[in-house]
Design a protein around this ligand. Structure first.
Ligand code: DC
Length: 324
């Protein structure tokens, strides 16, 4: 099996601090017999905490273009948690399917075939600063995950139960040990229902469409606002009306309406909604970050976070350069 999860750079895990694993550098998780990536012994690769600081899972769900990925990345930066961008995983499977000729516009992907592909396809998720990179068979495909054909097909692929059965265990494994900011559609409802902090991040359709238009323009893609608004509404319907893991707000999820807010403001609201974290020590959730342990993730990411904070959502990069 070649499905792998690789998170770089990873630092000490709880197990490592207990002395059951080599301190420091656990990098990769390897494929298991089951086909799901397994952590190396003692290496959950969870993001580092600060001493005894709590390491909960922060689950963030919401529709496309609401800015949740950008905010999740900022929150991950401030807490030094891992940002788990699950949309990128569904996109990677979609890209693999397109490349293998198993998905194309007008021919719906097949449940059984795609399920097998999701288990088989050799993709890895790496962390580089606050960004996440996705590799497919060793090739960095991060920049391809928002191609129009991927964009068009990913809701269909993500709606396949077989694909979700392949990816959800991986997502849970990556979150073992806690210290994760997970964003997607079903984080709080299905994947991490016990997450103590759940958020539903949304914005009105017009604002989301404007953000998406700006993002497309940055990529040199011309699209009318109407066209983009329509595509987003269709995407919302596909994500919300599907039988498996539909996009719905968990009753406990705190609603964050990002309309008119900057990425920094959204991240602040999320951090304010995680009271235990704020109490964990200086720098935890206060945006200062000086109390973070030295490490390769934080400094570079912090500079990007500051740059992102100067702009609105549409100008702040998400893990794959998109605006969500
Ligand atoms: O967040 P995103 O736009 O990158 O997500 C891409 C697609 O994957 C979108 O159609 C929703 C779907 N998705 C999902 O079904 N479940 C997730 N946990 C994350 C994304």
């Amino acid at each position: 099996m070649s499905l792998r999860a690789k998170r770089a750079p990873c630092r000490r895990t709880r197990a490592a601090t207990r002395g059951t694993a080599p301190a420091g550098k656990g990098e990769a998780t390897s494929a298991a017999e089951s086909g799901f990536p397994q952590a190396q012994p003692g290496e959950s690769c969870a993001a580092p905490g600060r001493g005894d600081a709590p390491r909960p899972i922060i689950a963030i769900d919401g529709p496309s273009g609401a800015g949740k990925s950008t905010a999740a990345a900022l929150v991950a930066e401030r807490t030094a948690f891992l940002h788990l961008d699950t949309g990128a995983m569904y996109r990677a499977v979609t890209l693999a399917a397109i490349r293998a000729g198993l998905a194309a516009p007008g021919s719906p992907p097949r449940e059984d075939v795609l399920g097998r592909l999701a288990l088989r396809s050799g993709f890895e998720v790496q962390r580089a600063g606050r960004r996440q990179r996705v590799l497919l068979d060793g090739e960095d495909v991060t920049g391809e995950l928002r191609r129009p054909d991927v964009e068009a097909l990913v809701p269909l692929v993500a709606g396949l139960p077989s694909v979700r059965r392949a990816l959800v265990p991986w997502q849970r494994r990556m979150a073992e040990g806690g210290g994760v900011v997970a964003d997607g559609r079903d984080m709080g409802t299905a994947v991490f229902p016990d997450a103590p902090f759940k958020f539903f991040v949304t914005a009105d359709l017009d604002e989301r469409a404007r953000r998406r238009c700006r993002e497309l323009a940055r990529r040199g893609v011309e699209a009318s606002l109407d066209e983009v608004r329509r595509a987003l509404a269709e995407r919302d319907a596909l994500d919300s009306d599907r039988p498996v893991a539909p996009l719905v707000r968990h009753p406990e999820a705190v609603l964050v309406d990002t309309t008119g807010l900057s990425a920094e403001e959204v991240a602040r609201r999320i951090l304010d909604g995680c009271p235990g974290l704020a109490a964990a020590g200086p720098g935890f959730g206060d945006g200062a970050g000086e109390a973070a342990p030295p490490g390769p993730v934080r400094p570079a990411g912090r500079r990007r976070a500051e740059a992102a904070a100067e702009g609105r959502h549409s100008d702040a990069p998400s893990s794959d350069g998109g605006d969500r």
